[in-house]
Design a binder for this molecule. Structure first.
Ligand code: SF4
Ligand code: SF4
Length: 374
C-alpha cells in the first residue's frame, strides 16, 4: 500500500512545524530515506505570486525552512526554486516577498531562479522546463492546500506546473485550453519531473476561488507527506470534498501509473482526524466538462455554460496589467480596469490566478446557474 502520512499542525510556530514535519516523515522512514549525503535537493514550493503571507497563496516559509533544515541535516545541498504565474520580473522581489530570501539566509539554501530551460518532448508535445529541475538529484514538491478555479484542487502535482518558467506556461494553456487537455499536460509535467517526495502545507490554505488572491484563507491545521504525490493529492482532494475522479489531472496521472489515485490503494497513517475539515467551499469551475455527453450536445452546452472571468470590484483594480500579460489568448486589453474580449477567452483563469488584487473571479453564466452547475 502507498503510504500518506498526516499530522495535525495548528500554527506556523517554527518549533511546532518542525515537530509536525518530523512526525509526518517518520512513518515514511524519515528524511534520511530520501536524502543521501552530497545530493542536490530542489525544494519546489508554490510561489505563484508575491503576495502577503496572510493571503495563504504561497507555501509558508516556516514549512520550507523546516524541510530545508532536515535536508541539510541529512547531508543534502538545498536549492529552492520556482517561477510564478505570468512574467518572471525581478526574482529577488519574489524571494523577498514570499519569505524565501530569509529561509535561504537562515539555512544556507541556494535560491535558483527558473529562467533557463531544457526542452523535452512527451506524447507529441513540447515542454520547456527549468534547468535546475534536471540538474537536481531529488525534487521535493511543497504545495499549499488550495482550491483552484480551473482544476478544482491544486496540490503536489499541479505545483509542478511552476517548473515551466514564467510566460512559457501560457503556451501550454494556449494549446490545451479545456480542462481535460490541460489535465493531460499536468500529467505530462509530472511524468517529466518525477518528484521523490511531496510535503503539503495544509496549516492554512485556501477555499473558494483559489489559488491566487481571489481565494479565501482557510485554516486546515495539518501537514501531510508521501513519496507518491498523486496519492497525497488524492487523500487531500477527497478531504476537501472533491468526488472520486473529479480532479482530472490526478485521474490521468493514476491511469498512467504515475501514482495511486484510489483511496483503496492508499494507507493513511498518523492522525486521520486532522483530515476532518468539515465543509469546504469549492470554486466555480467548468462542471459541465466533467459530465460524459455526446459531442453534439456537449459542444454547444460547453459554450453556453463556459466559465468566464468577471471583474468583481473594478474600482480596486490598480491597472498593473498582469492579467493581460498572463492571458494565453490575448483576450485582455490592459487598462484600469482592463477590458475582456470574451469571444477569445478559453476560461483558463490565468488572469484570476495572477491578479494581485483578487478582483477577477470566475463567473459561470446564467445558463449554468439555471442548470444548477456549481
Ligand atoms: S481572459 Fe482570463 S480566463 Fe480568458 S483566456 Fe485570458 S487569462 Fe484565460
Ligand atoms: S484586474 Fe488585477 S491583474 Fe488586471 S490590471 Fe487590475 S489589478 Fe492588475
Amino acid at each position: 500500500m502507498t503510504v500518506v502520512s498526516v499530522v495535525a499542525c495548528e500554527t506556523y510556530d517554527p518549533g511546532a512545524v518542525r515537530g509536525a514535519l518530523e512526525a509526518a516523515l517518520a512513518p515514511l522512514g524519515g528524511m534520511g530515506r530520501f536524502v543521501r549525503p552530497g545530493m542536490r535537493v530542489l525544494l519546489k514550493p508554490n510561489l505563484i505570486a508575491p503576495l502577503p503571507l496572510d493571503r495563504a497563496v504561497t507555501t509558508h516559509p516556516t514549512v520550507v525552512r523546516a524541510v530545508a533544515e532536515m535536508v541539510r541535516e541529512a547531508g543534502g545541498e538545498v536549492w529552492i526554486g520556482d517561477s510564478p504565474a505570468g512574467p518572471v520580473g525581478n526574482p529577488d522581489s519574489l524571494w523577498r516577498r514570499t519569505g524565501m530570501a530569509e529561509v535561504a539566509a537562515a539555512t544556507g539554501a541556494r535560491l535558483v531562479p527558473f529562467d533557463g530551460v531544457e526542452w523535452r518532448r512527451l506524447r507529441g508535445q513540447d515542454y520547456f522546463i527549468a534547468r535546475p529541475v534536471f540538474a537536481a538529484d531529488l525534487i521535493i514538491t511543497l504545495p499549499k492546500l488550495k482550491t483552484h478555479t480551473l482544476t478544482l484542487y491544486t496540490g503536489a502535482v499541479k505545483n509542478l506546473f511552476g517548473t515551466i518558467p514564467g510566460t512559457r506556461k501560457r503556451e501550454v494553456h494556449f494549446r490545451a485550453p479545456a480542462v481535460p487537455d490541460f489535465s493531460r499536460a499536468l500529467a505530462d509535467v509530472l511524468e517529466l519531473v518525477r518528484p521523490g517526495l511531496a510535503i503539503m502545507d495544509g496549516v492554512v490554505g485556501q477555499e473558494g476561488n483559489g489559488p491566487g488572491a481571489g481565494g479565501t484563507p482557510r485554516k486546515y491545521g495539518c501537514l501531510a507527506a508521501s513519496a507518491d504525490p498523486v496519492a497525497l493529492d488524492t487523500v487531500l482532494s477527497r478531504a476537501i470534498g472533491c468526488r472520486p475522479g473529479e480532479v482530472l489531472h490526478l485521474a490521468e496521472a493514476a491511469a498512467r501509473g504515475l501514482g495511486v489515485g484510489d483511496l483503496e490503494g492508499i494507507e493513511v497513517v498518523g492522525d486521520r482526524r486532522a483530515l476532518d475539515f468539515g465543509p469546504v467551499r469549492l470554486p466555480v469551475v467548468q462542471r459541465v466538462l466533467r459530465v460524459p455527453l455526446p459531442g453534439w450536445v456537449a459542444a454547444p452546452l460547453r459554450r453556453a455554460t463556459r466559465v468566464r472571468p468577471r471583474l468583481t470590484a473594478p474600482a480596486d483594480c490598480v491597472g498593473c496589467g498582469r492579467c493581460a500579460e498572463a492571458c494565453p489568448r490575448e483576450a485582455i486589453t490592459p487598462g484600469r480596469p482592463p477590458r475582456f474580449q470574451l469571444d477569445l477567452c478559453v476560461g483558463c483563469m490565468c488572469c484570476a490566478e495572477i491578479c494581485p488584487q483578487g478582483v477577477i473571479a470566475p463567473d459561470r453564466g446564467p445558463l449554468a446557474r439555471l442548470l444548477g452547475l456549481r
